[in-house]
Structure formats: C-alpha cells, structure tokens
Design a protein around this ligand. Structure first.
Ligand SMILES: CC(C)(COP(=O)(O)OP(=O)(O)OC[C@H]1O[C@@H](n2cnc3c(N)ncnc32)[C@H](O)[C@@H]1OP(=O)(O)O)[C@@H](O)C(=O)NCCC(=O)NCCS
Length: 320
C-alpha cells in the first residue's frame, strides 16, 4: 500500500494588510520591508475567525476535490502554532467536529513552519501501515493573534491562512509520495519561540531574525541535497520546488544554491507573508488553481521553523 497526495485546497481571509498599515503605525518604510523580506501584503483574519475556521474552509475544498465524503476520512491532522485553545481541545478536534467527522482520531502537530511536512510524514506512515485510508491534513494559522505588533522587526513578516490536503491509500506506485524526511533540534529553541504561560511574558512570537536567517538558508539547502541524493534524483526530476514562504531573500538564496530554474521555483510570500504551517499548502493550491501544477507533476517541498524543525518531501501530485 502506498500513500498518494490526492487533492489540495486553501483559504485566506478577505482582509488585505499592505505595508502601508505598518508604515502608518511604526517607524518603518515600504522599501525596508520589501527589500528585506519581499512581502507586499498579508491576509488577516477577522476577530471572530479562528484557526479552525480557516482550516475548515481549506479542508472543504480539499475534500471536495478529492471526490470523497467526510465519512470516508479516518484521520484528521492539523499543524498549527496558533490554535484556537491553549493546548486543548486540539484544533484538529474542532475542525473534525465542524466538518461533521466523528469517531476518528484527530490531533494537532506542533512543528511550527515545518508542520505541514510533519503532518504529511505522519499521514504517509498511517496509510502505508494500512491503519488509515483517507487522511485529512491541514495547516491553519491565525498568526495575527500571536504577533507582537510593537516589535517592528518581526510583526510585518506574518499573515493568516490555511491549506489542506487529502492523503489516500493507493496500490499504484506511480501515484505514491516518494519520500518525506523530517528532523528537529531542540537545543536551538531560543531562535524562534513563544514564551510559556509560567514565564510572565505575553504569548507572542519572538525571533532572533538574523541568526534564524542564516541557519534557515543552510538547513533548507542541505535538506534538499540529502533527499534528492537519497532518492537518486536531481533538479531535473522536479517540476515545482515549493519552499516554506518565510522571506524572499531566504527562498532566493536557497533556490540559487540549489540551482533551480525560475520556472521551477514557487513564490507566494509577496502576497501572503509567512503563514507558518499553512504556507506550503497555500503555495501548492496557488499553483493548482493557476494551472501551474498538473496531474503527475513532482513537487519538492522544503520547510524550516521553530523548534528547530525542518523537513523536505518529494511528492507526486496524484489528483483524481
Ligand atoms: C527579520 C529580518 C527581515 C530583519 O532583517 P535584518 O537584515 O536581519 O535586520 P536587523 O534585525 O539586523 O536590523 C537591521 C537594521 O534595520 C532596523 N530595522 C529593524 N526592523 C525595521 C523595520 N521594520 N523598519 C526599518 N528598520 C528596521 C534595525 O533596527 C537595524 O538598524 P541598525 O542597523 O541601525 O541597528 C531578517 O532577519 C529575516 O528575514 N530573518 C529571518 C526571518 C524568518 O523568515 N523567520 C522565519 C523562519 S521560519
């Protein structure tokens, strides 16, 4: 039994927050933000919209495109660092409930910006072991709820949104997810973190931007080299290189180091900012909806985030 990537969906809230919003409120310029990050705008959820609401909308599209019904889903995984509730109930439980999916396992994955690749890895293992047939994986983030809008070096980086996919069992090896590799290093916990409830600090994201930048470029690049080598593949075997959308300069540095051609590289950070675990499925969905991603295409996913965590995946797009 193999695991196949059956469908993709995404949802972004309607409010667009341009760089001007930050210029009006803090000491910054459009030039500084665009030059250092490549971000022009992000989407911001309304007060009433929580991560589970964003995730539900993305999931509905992915389920519909997979041509399955909610009662055929036997596992729900949600990657998020901005859950509706602190620790419990999980956002996956809330999404399953809102979709009317009951009596199946549902849990969250906390791997920051690598969350979607972690979820993909867990879904693949459950399907390949024969334990589950149709897994709904979601990356859903309302990062605007954990951003410190008094910290001008980080607040303009992040946005809200969600992406979802259905991972299904298949006996056709040509449809199989080729490989997923994930890693972690907790010794670097201070680079990107939200303080704990006992810390006395507010639960806002904190980041050592400069150090994170350098480690991100190195780690993202090495990870791709390793996964390609392990699978005896080269850049030419990849149709779309879809890295975590954190920052244009990181993506450019990694893309250049790996010598991907422009038509292989996917960039959405300019319009959505960094949406953590949602960024990769949102980018896949953009490619799908614009006709850039087609049945049978091979995607190379690559992410890095707080933990530290990092991971990459080589995935055939096996839409029905
Ligand atoms: C956050 C980031 C854009 C900051 O860029 P940087 O080049 O590292 O900037 P620095 O923090 O060194 O600051 C450089 C200068 O800009 C200033 N600055 C910081 N924020 C500013 C802002 N919003 N507007 C204008 N100036 C600003 C700083 O005060 C500093 O001024 P100084 O040189 O007079 O001291 C960059 O570090 C980055 O992208 N890091 C990775 C972030 C990321 O993607 N993390 C997620 C990974 S999953």
């Amino acid at each position: 039994m193999y695991a196949s990537f059956r469908s993709i969906g995404a949802y972004v809230p309607s409010e667009i927050r341009t760089n001007q919003w930050f210029i009006d409120r803090m000491d910054t310029t459009d030039e500084w933000i665009t030059k250092r990050t490549g971000i022009n705008q992000r989407r911001i959820a309304s007060k009433e919209q929580l991560s589970s609401d964003l995730g539900v909308e993305a999931a509905k599209i992915a389920i519909d495109r997979a041509g399955i019904k909610c009662d055929e889903i036997d596992l729900v995984l949600c990657a998020t660092i901005s859950p509706d509730y602190m620790c419990m109930p999980s956002t996956a439980c809330l999404i399953a409930d809102k979709l009317g999916i009951s009596d199946v396992m549902a849990f969250d994955i906390s791997a920051a910006c690598t969350g979607f690749i972690y979820a993909l890895s867990v879904a693949k293992a459950f399907v390949e072991s024969g334990m589950k047939k149709n897994v709904l994986i979601i990356g859903a983030e309302k990062l605007s709820s954990i951003v410190d809008y008094t910290d001008r070096t980080t607040c303009m980086l992040f946005g809200d949104g969600a992406g979802a996919a259905i991972i299904s069992a298949t006996d056709n090896i040509n449809e199989a997810i080729i490989d997923v590799r994930c890693s972690a290093d907790g010794s670097q916990k201070d680079l990107l973190m939200t303080p704990g409830v006992e810390s006395g600090e507010k639960q806002f994201m904190q980041m050592k931007g400069n150090e994170t930048f350098k480690i991100a470029v190195r780690t993202l690049t090495n990870d791709v080299i390793k996964i390609l080598e392990k699978n005896n593949m080269s850049n030419d075997d990849i149709d779309l290189f879809i890295p975590h959308q954190a920052n244009y300069r990181i993506i450019k540095a990694v893309g250049d180091a790996l010598e991907f051609r422009d038509e292989q590289k996917v960039l959405t950070v300019d319009k959505y900012g960094n949406t953590s675990s949602a960024s990769i499925p949102m980018a896949i969905n953009d490619c799908y909806e614009s006709g850039r991603l087609k049945l049978g295409d091979t995607m190379l996913l690559d992410a890095f985030g707080g933990g530290l965590t990092w991971g990459s995946a080589i995935v055939k797009f096996a839409a029905k």
